[in-house]
Design a protein around this ligand. Structure first.
Ligand code: HPA
Ligand code: ZN
Length: 347
């Protein structure tokens, strides 16, 4: 009785608290309904007969099995309006969840490889982000991810394509198939990107070993690690991440869907927090993994019995770890703290 009341209160607080999300692939927010609508608009035939059939295909056994379907889905994105509509659909949902700040990844190579201009992709996304700032009061930053299964030369070419738009892009990142594609492969690209004024992040330690996290820190000089959950296998690495306060953008539903952990109850995020790591919660590819940010927090809370203090800590971490300027961070953190209900959940 008492407990149910606490959980109830905790969940309603989670739903309405001001949020930030730092690990969201915009192509991974493509809902099957929009995929069908864009396929029709662009005269593309999909290998699925119905929306239900698409949803049934979303059963993954590892990262690669997801990526194959994710890249296929992205083929319906062709025009600037498509990229605008995709981004706007995400931002409307984000607004409904009281997401106040978002840092969005996009994968230009998924599109330029099929002949879509870099400018088409980024202009559609950027215009939606601008509209979200004025109409939804959501602030944002854009992060260009290189596809690590492709060559370093192609990544460098992509970086050069991005230079005319660099005022719209805060950082570069690294995603796609991790195993066999270590961060060291992209050292020269990241060196050049940092010279050009970009910040850096990288997916590391999702499926890959702790060594990849060391490389992301030492060779790519990243400000945050995306995922990073395998850091616990190396106590010296954990010590370094704690000491340097390197944020980890953890994605609970993604990790369960891609079998990084068998079930949510097996997820190590509570353990990461207890070690003093700067954990943040994120949705990764919400259209594919069964939930947006709020659902990620609620699912993790239920399975791991997270306390209000732990949730508050992770959301404060997200605002602090964001690429916002300090006064904007502080204002959002204040709003977060004011959202805390008085009563049982705050103890
Ligand atoms: N890992 C690697 N690549 C990705 C992911 C991810 O979680 N999501 C989209 N591309
Ligand atoms: Zn990701």
């Amino acid at each position: 009785m008492g407990e149910a009341l606490i959980v109830d209160t905790l969940e309603s607080w989670i739903r309405q608290m001001p949020k930030a999300e730092l690990h969201l692939h915009i192509e991974g927010s493509l809902e099957p309904e929009l995929m069908f609508a864009l396929a029709q608009r662009n005269n593309i035939s999909l290998p699925f007969k119905s929306i239900d059939e698409v949803k049934q295909a979303y059963s993954f056994h590892n990262l690669q099995s997801f990526l194959d379907i994710y890249y296929q889905g992205a083929q319906v994105l062709q025009t600037e309006a498509d990229f605008y509509d995709l981004t706007w659909a995400y931002l409307k949902r984000a607004s409904a969840e009281n997401i106040r700040h978002v840092e969005i990844f996009f994968d230009p190579q998924t599109h330029t490889e099929r002949g879509i201009a870099f400018e088409t992709v980024i202009t559609g996304i950027h215009n939606a982000l601008e509209d979200a700032k004025s109409q939804l009061k959501i602030s944002s930053r854009l992060i260009l991810c290189f596809l690590r299964h492709l060559s370093a030369e192609l990544a460098m070419e992509t970086l050069y394509q991005a230079l005319p738009f660099k005022h719209w892009i805060i950082a570069v990142g690294l995603d796609s198939s991790e195993l066999g594609n270590p961060p060291e492969k992209f050292k020269a690209v990241f060196d050049k990107a940092r010279q050009e004024g970009f910040l850096a992040v990288a997916h590391a330690g999702e499926e890959g070993p702790p060594e990849y996290i060391w490389q992301a820190l030492d060779l790519l000089k990243v400000a945050r690690i995306d995922h990073g959950v395998r850091c616990v296998e190396d106590p010296r690495l954990v010590e370094r991440l704690v000491k340097e306060e390197i944020p980890l953008t953890v994605c609970p539903l993604s990790n369960v869907k891609l079998r990084v952990f068998d079930t949510m109850a097996d997820h190590n995020l509570k353990q990461l927090l207890a070690k003093g790591l700067k954990v943040t919660l994120n949705s990764d590819d919400p259209a594919y993994f069964g939930g947006y940010l709020t659902q990620n927090i609620v699912s993790a809370q239920e399975a791991l019995n997270l306390t209000a203090e732990e949730i508050l800590q992770m959301m404060r971490n997200a605002f602090e770890a964001s690429f916002l300027e300090n006064p904007e961070k502080q204002a959002l953190i204040q709003d977060l703290e004011h959202s805390l209900p008085v009563g049982p959940v705050s103890h």
